[in-house]
Design a protein. Structure first.
Length: 191
């Protein structure tokens, strides 16, 4: 019962209050242009709200989520999306098997972001796309308040910078570019 309540609250906050699913799915569509049949891995994808919108357009979506209650809620609510309980630092996928990997508002919750990025690189096939959507926590009172709210609610927040993420992706052989959208978005293609 508690899992159902957590999943419902997650969806109410993400979509009902912030329109997060539609906004982020739109960013993915515009930035990656996923084709029908693509395998899209949504790391830390919660209850699969973004994944469901992409699946409706023909993508095969796997949400890899560490939160058992979110996996359970998403599995019940979104049958078009496959859910796997797991972490971004150890993706349960074969090398080169994915067309796209998404980190939507998730890297600031991962202590080992470098490990997660290397795993994304491992599972991406040639020409695959990596999309990182992140929040900036500095610059306004609202952003600072969000940092503290997320830190209190989740227990861990490790802010990432545009420049730092792009430099790491370049070192990994990606060709990143930064797009301004909700916070910031980095799109990196595998050559």
């Amino acid at each position: 019962m508690l899992d159902r309540v957590r999943g419902a609250l997650w969806d109410i906050v993400c979509e009902g209050i912030f329109a997060h699913y539609r906004t982020s799915a739109g960013v993915v569509r515009r930035s990656l242009c996923p084709a029908s049949g693509w395998l899209v891995v949504d790391v830390g994808g919660g209850t699969g709200g973004v994944g469901e919108l992409l699946a409706k357009e023909g993508a095969r979506v796997i949400v890899v989520e560490p939160g058992r209650s979110l996996v359970a809620a998403g599995s019940r609510r979104r049958p078009a999306v496959r859910f796997v309980e797991g972490r971004g630092e150890a993706l349960p996928l074969r090398d080169g098997s994915a067309d796209a990997v998404l980190f939507i508002e998730v890297l600031h919750h991962v202590a080992d972001a470098s490990g997660a990025l290397h795993e994304a690189a491992r599972v991406l096939g040639p020409g695959g796309g990596l999309l990182i959507e992140e929040t900036e926590f500095a610059g306004s009172p609202g952003r600072v308040a969000r940092y503290w709210a997320e830190r209190i609610l989740t227990g861990g927040v490790w802010p990432r910078s545009r420049a730092g993420l792009c430099a790491e992706l370049r070192d990994m052989g990606f060709e990143p570019r930064t797009l301004d959208d909700e916070g910031f978005v980095i799109l990196a293609r595998r050559p």
